[in-house]
Write a protein that binds this ligand. Structure first.
Ligand code: BES
Ligand code: ZN
Ligand code: ZN
Length: 483
């Protein structure tokens, strides 16, 4: 997609997008009667289209109350309008008219991001090409932002949207195709393009490193596991941040097998690893001042002839032993190894993303991720980064008196709670056992938000969401050790 900037409204576009605040319906020169007939009140997600005699279309998009017009509202409105443009190939966006001059660069970034995210398609397996959509967008009426700033904003938005698209593509690629080896290759490709350091451990090296959780989960599979480490190193780094992502390329449940229904979307069980890789692919565009390391344990969870059996005991990298009583609680086993390894490098903070529990979707639904951790300051930073980019999170508690539910009769821990309640919390309490002493750690349970099963809506398309990429980029961009 091409983006241009222009002070004046161009004459050669098929659509003109006009943002309408709900308290200024009359201010945009819109034909009030026409809008009214379409029930248009300028509320978020509302659109009304007017086809003019010369064949161009005016797309009115609601942005809500003008006092609440922030980057989130702009990004959403831009996305909604892009969808409303349908099969038109070119559009002029005049949303910047609503934005004071000092905010125009940030607004440009949000608008471009919204348009690109709404334009995402996963069509690799279609024999018919997808219907045409916007190809050229003119951001009109932005004379107040310097050319360089405007172009830089567009470029940043493009890099971020491509990072989200990479994560979505990885999630949408079927589990039978995206093996751990192929995922690792994708990571190496990103690393080579972005000048990141990368190491890929295969099965022998994983065994040597004592990653017993990853090996145990992999035992029922014909696809060998991988463990990918990525690192981004700025000049004179200030502090270090570790990103950990659950990379189950398909979760059948193992011998504690899932139902047919429960398995249908389980190619998304590497959504955490995909978000981390997506973030690494665009780190250079946000220029973090800290060192950033990524840890991706990759395997599928299958039920082959020598699969881990309920009752088996695994030894995790940090020396703790785990009695596996349910092979479907596999994410925490591979994350245990990854968190142990990440901790050994003594980063200033760790954040992990994992499609960890069905319980989080019961509690918070498919629009809000669960947030837990061991350090309230760090949790607050993660929360505020997520809020700034419009990825919604809600914190759940870590009650110490729930910890005995993970006591095992034969090992240091069991991998499922003794009770059926509080599944998201007990999973996080399990993970906490593998975070190094004194390291601030936050955990995002993205099982509900990594997959969008509803109709396409604004920036969201059906399938993988790429949830977390933008939060991680914002977190890395603003990270300061010891705050
Ligand atoms: N990958 C699943 C969690 C999941 C569920 C992700 C639904 C996305 C949508 C995870 O490995 C799992 O199976 N968790 C079990 C844990 C239980 C056995 C303690 C669950 O949530 O049922
Ligand atoms: Zn599982
Ligand atoms: Zn899983």
């Amino acid at each position: 997609m091409r983006f241009e900037r222009s002070g004046a409204l161009p004459g050669d576009v098929e659509a003109v997008v006009i943002g309408v605040p709900s308290d200024r319906l009359d201010a945009v020169g819109a034909p009030a009667s026409l809008l009214e007939a379409q029930g248009f009140e300028g509320r978020p997600d509302q659109t009304a289209t007017v086809v003019r005699e010369d064949g161009t279309t005016q797309v009115y998009v609601g942005v809500g109350p003008s006092a609440q017009l922030d980057v989130l509202a702009l990004r959403r409105a831009a996305a909604v309008a892009a969808r409303a443009c349908g099969r038109r190939r070119s559009a002029a966006y005049t949303l910047l008219d609503l934005v004071p001059s000092e905010d125009q660069a940030a607004a440009t970034e949000a608008i471009v991001e919204g348009i690109l995210l709404a334009g995402y398609r996963f069509s690799r397996y279609r024999s018919e090409p997808p219907p045409p959509s916007l190809e050229r967008v003119v951001l009109a009426g932005a004379p107040s932002v310097a050319d360089d700033d405007g172009e830089a904003a567009i470029e940043r938005a493009r890099r971020v949207a491509e990072a989200v698209a990479l994560a979505r593509d990885l999630v949408n690629t079927p589990g039978g195709e995206l093996t751990p080896a192929l995922f690792a290759e994708a990571a190496v490709e990103v690393a080579e393009r972005e000048n990141l350091r990368v190491t890929v451990l295969g099965p022998d090296e994983i065994a040597e490193a004592g990653l017993g959780g990853l090996l145990g989960v992999n035992r029922g599979s014909l696809n060998p596991p991988r463990f990918v480490e990525l690192s981004y190193e700025p000049d004179d780094p200030e502090g270090s941040l570790a990103l950990v992502g659950k990379g189950i390329t398909f979760d059948s449940g193992g011998l504690s097998i899932k139902t047919a229904e429960g398995m249908m979307t389980m190619k998304d069980d590497m959504g955490g690893a995909a978000a981390v890789l997506g973030a690494f692919s665009a780190l250079a565009a946000v220029r973090p001042r800290c060192r950033v390391s990524g840890y991706l344990p990759l395997t599928d969870n299958m039920s082959g002839g020598d699969a881990t059996r309920p009752g088996d005991v695994l030894k995790i990298r940090n020396g703790k032993t785990v009695e596996v009583l349910n092979t479907d609680a596999e994410g925490r086993l591979i994350l245990a190894d990854a968190l142990s390894l990440a901790s050994e490098a003594r980063p200033d903070a760790i954040v992990d993303l994992a499609t960890l529990t069905g319980a989080v979707e019961v509690a918070l639904g498919n629009r809000i991720a669960g947030l837990l951790g061991n350090d309230q300051h760090w949790i607050d930073e993660v929360r505020s980064a997520a809020e700034r980019v419009g990825e919604r999170v809600w914190q759940l508690p870590m009650p110490d008196d729930y910890r005995p539910r993970l006591d095992s009769d034969v090992a240091d821990l069991r991998n499922i709670s003794k009770t059926k309640d509080a599944g998201t919390i007990t999973a996080a309490l399990f993970l906490r056992e593998f975070v190094g002493e004194g390291i601030p750690w936050a955990h995002l349970d993205i099982a509900g938000v990594a997959w969008w099963g509803d109709a396409d809506e604004a920036e969201m398309s059906r399938g993988g969401t790429g949830w977390g990429v933008r939060t991680l980029l914002e977190l890395a961009r603003t990270f300061r050790a010891g705050r």
